[in-house]
Design a binder for this molecule. Structure first.
Ligand code: GDP
Ligand code: MN
Length: 392
């Protein structure tokens, strides 16, 4: 789960990271008030969306005074910002962050990520901040410093100092860098984060170090024990299909194709997506209905998949272990009745109560295409697309 920049700054500040003074605003008037609150002079006004690259896209501006801050906020609020990280429709700007301006001398990059190879938290840092990490890795790979943290020891003092030296910091900045690194590490570990990124972390002309931008994302599976973090969620920034699914306990990831998938088990879902591609199609989503799915749950899965206008056929693929094929079959029929389906539906059932499930589908009289194997199901789905019929 992602959060906004201003929320990440709040969290990191509470762990000891120096951040500029500022305030959040939902209207132009509030933005003006925030500008006055921090002194009324030069300030930075920033669009709050779940995306980086805002600077380049025109979502960040240094404003001379309160009036300019209010006017820029009025220009941003209610519009969508398209950055190189968003899709073509962009992300809606519903809130603004206004902070005191900093006199930048150097911009550093600092990131904490989970390194799956070593199974540890890894620091990635660079003396050339401001750019996105992908650009840095491509344009100046040698500037990237990587450091793995031993979970039994935590981030050792000597490691933090070594990193500060490698970034070319001097004197009191070394101590400040150590403070920032330790604070970020604690925030990452204590809050079940998946990523902490400060880009840029700047050294100001007066020598002070501040986090000018901040990004955090969290492990969704740990949110149950981090209610404060969970409460920061802003569904307005999420893919509406994914929000709906999450609210109904379904594991769903939206994709770009047109074959809607309703599957049980993440492994089978991945395999099905591969088979669809092998058969020449593109999946519209990944959806795992999980074990013990009731007919109601199957119905909600249909609603989720159908909320995507790109979907032109639905493929239900169930290998029932804990699940029961008769429940799934009843769920499909209930979906026809309650949700209203006018797209072709391919169903492949296997496992517990498969005979009962197939019988229910057969006797329903509904135009459901049945398949016995995964390969058959994928092929049937690809061929059932109205677009593929039209193309032939
Ligand atoms: P991003 O483009 O979404 O990553 O947004 P950032 O928060 O990183 O802002 C983009 C750029 O705006 C930064 O890399 C800075 O160069 C610039 N910027 C942000 N805050 C200030 C500030 O207080 N003073 C100055 N001079 N530039 C700033
Ligand atoms: Mn940034």
């Amino acid at each position: 789960m992602d959060i906004h920049e201003h929320q990440a700054k709040d969290i990191l500040a509470s762990f000891g990271v120096p951040v500029p003074k500022g305030g959040v605003a939902f209207t132009p008037e509030q933005a003006g008030f925030r500008a006055r609150e921090i002194g009324g002079g030069t300030c930075v006004v920033k669009a709050q969306i779940y995306s980086g690259g805002r600077g380049e896209a025109g979502g960040v501006k240094v404003c001379k005074n309160e009036t300019e801050a209010r006017e820029f906020a009025a220009r941003l609020l209610g519009t969508s910002l398209v950055t190189k990280q968003t899709d073509a429709s962009g992300k809606r700007i519903d809130r603004i962050w206004v902070e005191e301006a900093s006199d930048i001398d150097r911009e550093l990059y600092l990131g904490f990520v989970l390194d799956r190879k070593t199974e540890r938290i890894m620091i990635v840092a660079s003396g050339h901040g401001g750019m996105e990490i992908e650009d840095l890795a491509e344009e100046d790979p040698d500037s990237l410093i990587r450091m793995v943290i031993d979970p039994a020891v935590g981030l050792a003092e000597y490691q933090a100092r070594e990193l500060a030296f490698k970034l070319g910091l001097h004197g009191p900045q070394i101590r400040e860098m150590v403070t920032v690194l330790k604070a970020c590490y604690r925030a990452y570990r204590d809050l079940d984060a998946m990523m902490v990124e400060i880009n840029p972390l700047v050294v100001c002309k007066d020598g002070a170090m501040v986090a000018l931008d901040a990004k955090m994302s969290f492990d969704t599976n740990a949110l149950f024990r981090r209610p404060h973090v969970a409460s920061l969620r802003d569904p307005g920034q999420e893919d509406p299909r994914e929000s709906y699914a999450q609210d109904h306990g379904l594991a769903y990831v939206g994709l770009d194709g047109d074959i809607g998938c309703i599957i049980n088990g993440a492994g089978l879902a991945m395999a099905t997506m591969d088979m669809i591609q092998l058969a020449g199609g593109e999946p519209a989503n990944f959806l795992d209905i999980g074990g013990g799915a009731s007919p109601e749950r199957v119905c909600q899965a249909f609603r989720t998949v159908l909320s995507d206008a790109k979907v032109s056929v639905i493929l239900v693929n169930i290998f029932a272990g804990i699940n029961r094929c008769d429940w799934i079959a009843n769920g499909v029929i209930q979906a026809y009745r309650d949700v209203g389906i006018d797209l072709p539906v391919v169903v492949r059932l296997s496992g517990t109560n498969v005979e009962a499930g197939r019988k229910i589908i057969q006797q329903s009289g509904l135009p459901i295409i049945s398949a016995d194997t995964l390969a058959e199901a994928a092929e049937a789905a690809v061929n059932a697309r109205p677009t593929s019929i039209a193309a032939e």
